[in-house]
Design a protein around this ligand. Structure first.
Ligand code: HEC
Length: 202
């Protein structure tokens, strides 16, 4: 009996999605309707176990920790979220659900544990990747401090972050060419160092 009901429910949902799609297409560019936003928030909230809510940040706060995490954010998160957390980036704008403005209540009202959980596990059915892996917990807890700091980010900090953002392939190529020009032909053996670590990916 329940399976018959479930079947009918699915059929109904399918028909609804089909009609919406037929009317508006399924582009990630169009503004999400209220129902869609609700569904996206629901996806986020159900993905979070209630035990995550209660976790408190085990990393002790210091100016160094905050700075280190800011550097990390500029490198790994800003491509989608922007340095200031607004989500106004080339990637961010083309995504659905879009990266929310991390400075606003929607994000700031999450507990530290929930923010940590999102960073470690990502959000299903969205562009938010999981950054968790072995030994990443500490980095993710530090990033929680960055997320909390975003509403108070200073212009000086933002400028510093800009200098730390990963460069586009074209820019990297240009730099390499300049390097080769300045150092003679055999600079190709030079290795570039990156400061990101363990299991994190773009
Ligand atoms: C490839 C793009 C992308 C990258 C890189 C990315 N995010 Fe996200 N992030 C998203 C999207 C899209 C969402 C919104 C998902 C949703 O609403 O379901 C999101 C959501 C979040 C949220 C939840 C906000 C809320 O109010 O629900 C947090 C916190 C977050 N990201 C932090 C980070 C941090 C920290 C990093 C770097 C370690 C990062 N993100 C890297 C795309 C990205």
């Amino acid at each position: 009996m329940t399976s018959v009901l479930m079947f009918c429910g699915l059929l109904g949902a399918g028909a609804w999605i089909y009609m919406k799609t037929a009317m508006h297409g399924f582009s990630a560019r169009s503004e999400p309707s209220r129902t869609e936003t609700m569904m996206a928030n629901y996806a986020r909230d159900t993905a979070m176990p209630s035990s995550a809510k209660k976790l408190s940040n085990p990393v002790r706060f210091s100016a160094e920790v905050e700075h280190e995490a800011m550097v990390h954010f500029a490198d790994h998160c800003a491509a989608c979220h922007a340095n200031n957390g607004s989500g106004e980036t080339m990637f961010g704008k083309g995504m659905y659900p879009k990266p929310p403005d991390l400075r606003l209540t929607r994000t700031q009202h999450l507990t530290d544990g929930e923010i940590f959980y999102v960073i470690e596990n990502g959000i299903r059915m969205s562009g938010m990747p999981a950054f968790g892996g072995e030994g990443t917990a500490e980095d993710s807890w530090k990033l929680v401090y960055t997320v909390r700091h975003l509403p108070r980010l200073t212009p000086v900090e933002e400028t510093e972050m800009e200098s730390l953002n990963p460069k586009s392939p074209e820019e990297l190529q240009e730099e390499k060419n300049e390097d080769e020009f300045l150092n003679g032909a055999d600079s190709s053996s030079k290795t570039t160092t990156t400061h990101h670590t363990k299991g994190h990916q773009h």
